[in-house]
Design a protein around this ligand. Sequence first.
Ligand code: ZN
Ligand code: ZN
Length: 346
Amino acid sequence: MTELAAPLANAAPPDRAGGGLAGRTAIVLGLVVYVAALLGAWRLLTAILPDQLHLTLLHHAFTLKEVHRRIVSDGVIFLLLPTVLWIEWLFVGWSGSSVRQLLFARRASNKTDLAIFLMGQGHLTDLAGRLLTLGASMLSGAWIHDRLSAAAGFPLTLVPASMPLSLQVAAYFGVYSFFDYWTHRLDHSRYFWPLHRYHHSADDFCVVTATRQHPAAFTGIFFVNIPMAILGASAAAMIYVNVLVVLLGFLIHSRIDTNFGWIGRWIIQSPNHHRLHHVLDISEQPAGHFAMAPIWDHLFGTWRGEADQTLVIGVDTQYRHGFWVVPDLARDYWHFWKGWFQRKPV
Ligand SMILES: [Zn+2]
Ligand SMILES: [Zn+2]
């Protein structure tokens, strides 16, 4: 058993975890059947559908390109989210699980998480993001890469697509997490905090809290995916790094009481360390643990040690929460712009 698995295995006493061994076995079997069914459906769809679809709508001809890639990128959420929900259920048991909370015991904060998640699935957050960031979210890293490479006279590529995919993914995850770390530090500066505060306003974790982000989060757009593209990441490497990041995002917003052992100290952030990052008094005193890859916290002095799931999280600003998310989003967007033009932070 690895050190990653060991603390996970210790994360929940057996009596809480899905009704003992039989319960756990049922949960694992359910997950296996679900993943197999999804993979089967994906194979079937890619076998039936061509990669380019020609459609005629209202006498206009359309061509839908990269159909297979779209199936993966839109379908991946159906794989990643249930997988993490299942894993969490396995370790914390039904009574403490996010699934139960989201289905049967929703609190106002959980409703906000769910609303933002559904808006993201419907690509509404994307559209709002383009509008609220004044089009900046449409900036293309690949376009910058091509221009810079043309100017330099050689391809500015960190790891070429000819190298093994695992090496590309590891290297570009390093790049991603480095820029994500500094973006996140910037998010906690007085200028960007009103937008990032929306994420921290959750007073309860329920896995989908990961997607609770303000659509106008400028910093993520500029600094996170673009550097990978500028450094020549192949489309496959970018997809896998993003899958990894989405998976990790869900996992660190779960209720599994684990610090991942040495892996959580150096390689990938654990749910407990991320909970410490969300600790209630953060708007006055950022607690640290900004990095998805904790090595950056160690290198740049923001490592704050260990934590557990009993920590109270949230912010000291009032939020309405609930399904109707517009008032909170609008207030935070207003605070963001106001913050640039006044001396005192909002
Ligand atoms: Zn933060
Ligand atoms: Zn978070």
